[in-house]
Write a protein that binds this ligand. Structure first.
Ligand SMILES: [Zn+2]
Length: 394
Protein backbone atom coordinates (compact mmCIF):
# COMPACT_ATOMS: atom_id res chain seq x y z
CA UNK A 1 0.00 0.00 0.00
CA UNK A 2 1.35 3.43 -0.99
CA UNK A 3 1.50 6.27 1.51
CA UNK A 4 1.08 10.01 0.89
CA UNK A 5 1.95 12.50 3.62
CA UNK A 6 0.74 16.05 2.89
CA UNK A 7 2.43 18.64 5.04
CA UNK A 8 0.91 22.13 5.06
CA UNK A 9 3.65 24.17 6.72
CA UNK A 10 2.43 26.16 9.73
CA UNK A 11 -1.29 25.45 9.10
CA UNK A 12 -2.23 25.05 12.78
CA UNK A 13 -3.37 28.21 14.56
CA UNK A 14 -5.59 29.63 17.29
CA UNK A 15 -9.25 30.71 17.27
CA UNK A 16 -9.30 34.23 15.79
CA UNK A 17 -11.79 37.04 16.40
CA UNK A 18 -11.55 37.97 12.69
CA UNK A 19 -12.91 34.51 11.88
CA UNK A 20 -15.67 34.58 14.47
CA UNK A 21 -13.68 32.51 16.93
CA UNK A 22 -12.68 29.91 14.36
CA UNK A 23 -9.14 28.91 13.43
CA UNK A 24 -7.96 29.25 9.80
CA UNK A 25 -8.30 25.45 9.40
CA UNK A 26 -11.89 25.68 10.70
CA UNK A 27 -12.74 28.66 8.50
CA UNK A 28 -11.20 27.31 5.30
CA UNK A 29 -13.25 25.27 2.81
CA UNK A 30 -11.36 21.98 2.79
CA UNK A 31 -13.39 19.19 1.17
CA UNK A 32 -10.34 16.97 0.66
CA UNK A 33 -8.97 17.32 4.20
CA UNK A 34 -12.52 16.66 5.44
CA UNK A 35 -12.72 13.55 3.33
CA UNK A 36 -9.47 12.20 4.81
CA UNK A 37 -10.76 12.91 8.33
CA UNK A 38 -14.19 11.35 7.61
CA UNK A 39 -12.73 8.25 6.01
CA UNK A 40 -10.02 8.07 8.67
CA UNK A 41 -9.07 9.10 12.19
CA UNK A 42 -7.56 12.13 13.94
CA UNK A 43 -5.14 12.94 16.72
CA UNK A 44 -2.46 15.33 17.89
CA UNK A 45 1.22 14.94 17.06
CA UNK A 46 4.17 16.29 19.02
CA UNK A 47 6.64 17.28 16.29
CA UNK A 48 9.00 19.52 18.30
CA UNK A 49 10.78 17.65 21.11
CA UNK A 50 11.18 19.58 24.37
CA UNK A 51 14.18 21.92 24.23
CA UNK A 52 14.28 22.04 20.42
CA UNK A 53 13.56 25.12 18.35
CA UNK A 54 10.16 25.12 16.61
CA UNK A 55 11.25 24.94 12.98
CA UNK A 56 10.34 22.99 9.87
CA UNK A 57 13.73 21.25 9.80
CA UNK A 58 13.36 19.97 13.38
CA UNK A 59 9.72 18.95 12.82
CA UNK A 60 10.43 17.15 9.56
CA UNK A 61 13.35 15.21 11.04
CA UNK A 62 10.98 14.14 13.83
CA UNK A 63 8.19 13.18 11.46
CA UNK A 64 10.59 11.11 9.33
CA UNK A 65 11.65 9.32 12.50
CA UNK A 66 15.10 10.86 13.04
CA UNK A 67 15.29 12.32 16.55
CA UNK A 68 16.51 15.92 16.13
CA UNK A 69 18.11 15.84 19.58
CA UNK A 70 20.45 13.22 18.18
CA UNK A 71 20.70 14.25 14.53
CA UNK A 72 20.20 18.00 14.17
CA UNK A 73 23.53 19.82 13.90
CA UNK A 74 22.51 23.07 12.17
CA UNK A 75 21.10 24.44 8.94
CA UNK A 76 24.42 24.62 7.14
CA UNK A 77 24.93 20.88 6.55
CA UNK A 78 21.29 20.37 5.48
CA UNK A 79 21.56 23.19 2.94
CA UNK A 80 24.91 21.82 1.77
CA UNK A 81 23.24 18.46 1.12
CA UNK A 82 20.44 20.16 -0.79
CA UNK A 83 23.02 22.04 -2.91
CA UNK A 84 24.78 18.75 -3.67
CA UNK A 85 27.95 19.75 -1.77
CA UNK A 86 29.41 16.80 0.08
CA UNK A 87 31.31 17.59 3.23
CA UNK A 88 34.42 15.84 4.52
CA UNK A 89 34.48 14.35 8.00
CA UNK A 90 36.08 17.36 9.65
CA UNK A 91 34.15 19.98 7.66
CA UNK A 92 31.70 22.33 9.30
CA UNK A 93 29.15 23.97 6.99
CA UNK A 94 27.58 27.31 7.87
CA UNK A 95 24.69 29.13 6.23
CA UNK A 96 26.41 32.29 5.00
CA UNK A 97 24.18 35.30 4.35
CA UNK A 98 25.12 38.35 2.33
CA UNK A 99 24.03 41.14 4.70
CA UNK A 100 23.99 44.92 4.90
CA UNK A 101 25.79 46.24 7.97
CA UNK A 102 26.24 50.01 8.14
CA UNK A 103 27.83 51.97 10.98
CA UNK A 104 28.14 48.68 12.86
CA UNK A 105 24.36 48.04 12.76
CA UNK A 106 22.64 45.08 11.07
CA UNK A 107 20.49 46.94 8.58
CA UNK A 108 19.33 44.00 6.44
CA UNK A 109 19.88 40.24 6.90
CA UNK A 110 19.34 39.71 3.14
CA UNK A 111 21.24 42.64 1.55
CA UNK A 112 17.94 43.85 0.10
CA UNK A 113 16.98 40.33 -1.04
CA UNK A 114 19.84 40.60 -3.49
CA UNK A 115 19.09 38.60 -6.67
CA UNK A 116 21.26 35.57 -7.43
CA UNK A 117 22.66 37.18 -10.59
CA UNK A 118 24.26 39.86 -8.36
CA UNK A 119 24.89 37.78 -5.25
CA UNK A 120 26.73 34.94 -6.99
CA UNK A 121 29.52 37.10 -8.50
CA UNK A 122 29.95 38.84 -5.14
CA UNK A 123 30.35 35.51 -3.37
CA UNK A 124 32.83 34.37 -6.03
CA UNK A 125 34.86 37.56 -5.53
CA UNK A 126 34.89 37.04 -1.76
CA UNK A 127 35.76 33.35 -2.18
CA UNK A 128 38.78 34.23 -4.35
CA UNK A 129 40.18 36.35 -1.53
CA UNK A 130 39.69 33.84 1.29
CA UNK A 131 42.12 31.44 2.77
CA UNK A 132 41.22 28.75 5.26
CA UNK A 133 37.49 28.64 4.42
CA UNK A 134 35.56 28.04 1.19
CA UNK A 135 32.37 29.69 -0.04
CA UNK A 136 29.64 28.38 -2.34
CA UNK A 137 27.11 30.66 -4.00
CA UNK A 138 23.48 29.68 -3.39
CA UNK A 139 20.19 31.43 -4.15
CA UNK A 140 19.82 35.17 -3.49
CA UNK A 141 21.44 36.10 -0.14
CA UNK A 142 21.63 32.44 1.00
CA UNK A 143 25.11 31.00 0.52
CA UNK A 144 27.28 28.41 2.19
CA UNK A 145 30.63 28.55 4.00
CA UNK A 146 32.68 25.42 4.66
CA UNK A 147 35.34 25.43 7.37
CA UNK A 148 37.73 22.47 7.04
CA UNK A 149 38.81 20.77 10.25
CA UNK A 150 36.46 23.02 12.16
CA UNK A 151 35.32 22.69 15.75
CA UNK A 152 32.19 24.83 15.56
CA UNK A 153 31.19 28.23 16.84
CA UNK A 154 28.28 29.90 18.57
CA UNK A 155 26.57 32.12 16.05
CA UNK A 156 23.55 34.41 15.82
CA UNK A 157 20.96 34.37 13.01
CA UNK A 158 21.23 37.78 11.32
CA UNK A 159 17.41 38.07 11.05
CA UNK A 160 17.27 38.09 14.86
CA UNK A 161 19.39 41.25 15.22
CA UNK A 162 18.06 43.60 12.55
CA UNK A 163 18.48 47.20 13.77
CA UNK A 164 20.98 46.19 16.46
CA UNK A 165 24.75 46.69 16.72
CA UNK A 166 26.51 43.57 15.43
CA UNK A 167 29.48 43.73 17.84
CA UNK A 168 27.96 41.66 20.65
CA UNK A 169 26.71 39.03 18.17
CA UNK A 170 29.90 38.13 16.35
CA UNK A 171 30.79 34.40 16.42
CA UNK A 172 32.12 33.00 19.68
CA UNK A 173 33.92 29.75 20.44
CA UNK A 174 36.74 27.78 18.87
CA UNK A 175 36.23 28.65 15.20
CA UNK A 176 35.34 32.27 15.91
CA UNK A 177 38.74 33.78 14.98
CA UNK A 178 38.62 32.12 11.52
CA UNK A 179 35.03 33.20 10.95
CA UNK A 180 35.61 36.77 12.09
CA UNK A 181 38.73 37.07 9.93
CA UNK A 182 36.68 35.90 6.92
CA UNK A 183 33.90 38.36 7.73
CA UNK A 184 36.35 41.27 7.98
CA UNK A 185 38.11 40.31 4.78
CA UNK A 186 34.73 40.09 3.00
CA UNK A 187 34.01 43.69 3.97
CA UNK A 188 37.16 44.93 2.23
CA UNK A 189 36.51 42.86 -0.89
CA UNK A 190 32.81 43.76 -1.17
CA UNK A 191 33.44 47.48 -0.78
CA UNK A 192 35.31 47.48 -4.12
CA UNK A 193 32.74 45.52 -6.14
CA UNK A 194 30.99 47.27 -9.05
CA UNK A 195 27.78 45.34 -8.30
CA UNK A 196 27.60 47.07 -4.93
CA UNK A 197 28.34 50.51 -6.35
CA UNK A 198 25.52 49.99 -8.87
CA UNK A 199 23.13 48.88 -6.13
CA UNK A 200 23.90 51.99 -4.08
CA UNK A 201 23.44 54.19 -7.18
CA UNK A 202 20.00 52.62 -7.72
CA UNK A 203 19.07 53.26 -4.08
CA UNK A 204 19.30 49.54 -3.19
CA UNK A 205 21.11 48.03 -0.24
CA UNK A 206 24.66 46.86 -0.91
CA UNK A 207 25.98 43.52 0.37
CA UNK A 208 28.57 44.86 2.79
CA UNK A 209 29.74 41.60 4.35
CA UNK A 210 29.13 37.87 4.82
CA UNK A 211 27.50 36.53 8.00
CA UNK A 212 28.01 32.81 8.77
CA UNK A 213 25.58 31.10 11.17
CA UNK A 214 23.99 27.77 12.18
CA UNK A 215 27.01 25.62 11.37
CA UNK A 216 27.43 21.93 11.91
CA UNK A 217 28.81 18.64 10.65
CA UNK A 218 26.82 16.42 8.30
CA UNK A 219 24.33 14.34 10.27
CA UNK A 220 24.48 10.66 9.37
CA UNK A 221 20.92 9.45 8.91
CA UNK A 222 19.98 5.81 8.55
CA UNK A 223 18.75 5.46 4.95
CA UNK A 224 14.97 5.70 4.73
CA UNK A 225 14.74 2.36 2.95
CA UNK A 226 16.80 0.59 5.63
CA UNK A 227 14.74 2.19 8.36
CA UNK A 228 11.28 1.42 6.98
CA UNK A 229 11.85 -1.17 4.26
CA UNK A 230 10.19 1.01 1.58
CA UNK A 231 11.30 3.71 -0.87
CA UNK A 232 10.67 7.37 -0.05
CA UNK A 233 10.46 10.62 -2.01
CA UNK A 234 10.30 14.31 -1.06
CA UNK A 235 8.66 17.20 -2.87
CA UNK A 236 9.43 20.57 -1.30
CA UNK A 237 10.63 24.00 -2.39
CA UNK A 238 12.56 24.37 0.87
CA UNK A 239 16.28 23.56 0.84
CA UNK A 240 16.36 22.36 4.46
CA UNK A 241 13.78 19.67 3.75
CA UNK A 242 15.41 18.63 0.49
CA UNK A 243 18.70 18.37 2.38
CA UNK A 244 17.15 16.09 5.02
CA UNK A 245 15.63 13.94 2.26
CA UNK A 246 18.94 13.67 0.42
CA UNK A 247 20.81 12.70 3.60
CA UNK A 248 18.12 10.06 4.25
CA UNK A 249 18.61 8.65 0.75
CA UNK A 250 15.11 9.65 -0.38
CA UNK A 251 14.41 10.72 -3.95
CA UNK A 252 14.35 14.53 -4.13
CA UNK A 253 11.88 15.71 -6.76
CA UNK A 254 12.18 19.31 -7.94
CA UNK A 255 8.93 20.77 -9.24
CA UNK A 256 9.23 23.63 -11.73
CA UNK A 257 7.07 26.52 -10.53
CA UNK A 258 7.28 25.49 -6.86
CA UNK A 259 8.47 28.72 -5.23
CA UNK A 260 8.12 28.06 -1.51
CA UNK A 261 5.88 31.13 -1.46
CA UNK A 262 2.20 32.04 -1.78
CA UNK A 263 2.34 31.93 -5.57
CA UNK A 264 3.60 28.34 -5.76
CA UNK A 265 2.23 26.18 -8.60
CA UNK A 266 -0.18 23.84 -6.79
CA UNK A 267 -1.25 22.04 -9.96
CA UNK A 268 2.35 21.19 -10.79
CA UNK A 269 2.87 19.90 -7.27
CA UNK A 270 -0.21 17.67 -7.60
CA UNK A 271 0.98 16.38 -10.98
CA UNK A 272 4.50 15.62 -9.78
CA UNK A 273 3.02 14.14 -6.60
CA UNK A 274 0.91 11.68 -8.58
CA UNK A 275 3.91 10.68 -10.69
CA UNK A 276 6.08 10.23 -7.59
CA UNK A 277 3.51 7.90 -6.05
CA UNK A 278 3.72 5.65 -9.13
CA UNK A 279 7.43 5.12 -8.43
CA UNK A 280 7.79 5.49 -4.65
CA UNK A 281 6.10 3.74 -1.75
CA UNK A 282 6.08 6.89 0.39
CA UNK A 283 5.83 10.55 -0.61
CA UNK A 284 6.40 13.54 1.68
CA UNK A 285 4.65 16.40 -0.08
CA UNK A 286 5.44 19.73 1.58
CA UNK A 287 3.81 23.11 0.88
CA UNK A 288 5.34 26.19 2.49
CA UNK A 289 2.63 28.79 1.71
CA UNK A 290 0.44 28.63 4.88
CA UNK A 291 3.54 29.30 7.01
CA UNK A 292 4.45 32.35 4.92
CA UNK A 293 0.91 33.68 5.40
CA UNK A 294 1.27 33.10 9.15
CA UNK A 295 4.54 35.06 9.25
CA UNK A 296 2.82 37.89 7.35
CA UNK A 297 -0.01 37.84 9.89
CA UNK A 298 -2.53 37.66 7.03
CA UNK A 299 -5.70 35.74 7.95
CA UNK A 300 -7.03 35.90 4.38
CA UNK A 301 -3.81 34.63 2.81
CA UNK A 302 -3.60 31.85 5.37
CA UNK A 303 -7.13 30.64 4.73
CA UNK A 304 -6.50 30.87 0.98
CA UNK A 305 -3.20 28.96 1.26
CA UNK A 306 -4.91 26.19 3.27
CA UNK A 307 -7.67 25.94 0.65
CA UNK A 308 -5.08 25.65 -2.10
CA UNK A 309 -3.23 22.86 -0.29
CA UNK A 310 -6.60 21.15 0.04
CA UNK A 311 -7.23 21.62 -3.70
CA UNK A 312 -3.83 20.10 -4.48
CA UNK A 313 -4.69 17.06 -2.36
CA UNK A 314 -8.07 16.84 -4.14
CA UNK A 315 -6.32 16.52 -7.50
CA UNK A 316 -4.17 13.68 -6.20
CA UNK A 317 -7.13 11.89 -4.59
CA UNK A 318 -8.82 11.66 -8.00
CA UNK A 319 -6.43 8.83 -8.81
CA UNK A 320 -4.94 7.80 -5.46
CA UNK A 321 -6.74 5.57 -2.98
CA UNK A 322 -3.82 4.66 -0.73
CA UNK A 323 -3.02 5.73 2.81
CA UNK A 324 -3.02 9.50 3.34
CA UNK A 325 -1.90 11.64 6.28
CA UNK A 326 -2.47 15.40 6.42
CA UNK A 327 -0.81 17.64 8.99
CA UNK A 328 1.16 20.82 9.63
CA UNK A 329 4.74 20.63 10.91
CA UNK A 330 4.15 23.24 13.63
CA UNK A 331 1.66 26.03 14.32
CA UNK A 332 2.45 29.49 12.91
CA UNK A 333 -0.25 31.50 14.71
CA UNK A 334 -1.36 34.71 13.01
CA UNK A 335 -1.32 36.46 16.38
CA UNK A 336 2.37 35.67 16.98
CA UNK A 337 3.63 35.68 13.34
CA UNK A 338 6.12 33.01 14.34
CA UNK A 339 6.29 29.29 15.07
CA UNK A 340 5.23 27.58 18.29
CA UNK A 341 6.13 24.11 19.57
CA UNK A 342 2.55 23.01 20.35
CA UNK A 343 1.37 19.59 19.13
CA UNK A 344 -0.34 19.72 15.72
CA UNK A 345 -3.61 18.18 14.51
CA UNK A 346 -3.33 15.28 12.06
CA UNK A 347 -5.73 13.09 10.11
CA UNK A 348 -4.97 9.69 8.61
CA UNK A 349 -7.01 7.69 6.11
CA UNK A 350 -6.39 3.97 5.85
CA UNK A 351 -5.94 2.84 9.44
CA UNK A 352 -9.55 2.86 10.72
CA UNK A 353 -12.21 5.51 11.39
CA UNK A 354 -13.27 7.40 14.50
CA UNK A 355 -16.11 9.73 13.52
CA UNK A 356 -13.89 12.77 12.91
CA UNK A 357 -15.46 15.03 10.29
CA UNK A 358 -12.78 17.64 9.66
CA UNK A 359 -9.05 18.24 10.16
CA UNK A 360 -9.13 20.96 12.82
CA UNK A 361 -7.27 21.71 16.02
CA UNK A 362 -10.40 21.08 18.13
CA UNK A 363 -11.57 17.86 16.46
CA UNK A 364 -8.08 16.42 16.51
CA UNK A 365 -7.78 17.07 20.25
CA UNK A 366 -10.68 14.62 20.75
CA UNK A 367 -9.58 12.15 18.05
CA UNK A 368 -9.12 8.45 18.69
CA UNK A 369 -5.40 8.53 17.86
CA UNK A 370 -4.75 10.67 20.94
CA UNK A 371 -1.53 12.57 21.52
CA UNK A 372 1.36 10.87 19.73
CA UNK A 373 5.07 11.43 19.33
CA UNK A 374 6.14 12.31 15.76
CA UNK A 375 8.35 9.23 15.57
CA UNK A 376 5.22 7.05 15.88
CA UNK A 377 3.61 8.46 12.74
CA UNK A 378 5.47 6.66 9.95
CA UNK A 379 5.30 3.26 11.67
CA UNK A 380 1.53 3.90 12.01
CA UNK A 381 1.20 4.77 8.30
CA UNK A 382 3.49 2.05 7.02
CA UNK A 383 2.09 -0.58 9.35
CA UNK A 384 5.50 -1.55 10.65
CA UNK A 385 7.98 -0.43 13.23
CA UNK A 386 11.13 1.42 12.24
CA UNK A 387 14.18 -0.80 12.23
CA UNK A 388 16.92 0.16 14.64
CA UNK A 389 19.63 2.31 13.14
CA UNK A 390 23.35 1.69 13.19
CA UNK A 391 23.69 3.77 16.37
CA UNK A 392 24.37 7.40 17.02
CA UNK A 393 25.19 9.52 13.99
CA UNK A 394 28.35 11.60 13.93
ZN1 LIG B 1 8.10 29.54 9.15
Amino acid sequence: MKVLLVLGDGMADEPLPELGGRTPLEAARTPSFDRIAREGACGLLRTIPPGCEAGSDIASLSILGYDPREHYTGRGPLEAASMGISLGRGDIAYRCNLVTVRDGVMEDFSAGHIPSREGAPLIRAVAAGMDGVSLHAGISYRNLMVVPDGSGAETTPPHDIVGQPTGPYLPKGEDAPRLIRAMERSREILRAQPVNRERIARGERPATMIWPWSGGRTPRLQPFRDRYGVSGAMISAVDLLNGIARLAGMEVIRVPGATGYLDTDYDAKARYGRDALERSDFLYLHVEAPDEAGHMGSVEEKVRAIERVDGMLGKILESFDGIVAVLPDHPTPIRLKTHTADPVPFAVRGIGTDGCRRLTEREAAGGSLGLREAADLLPLLLGKAARPGPGKGG
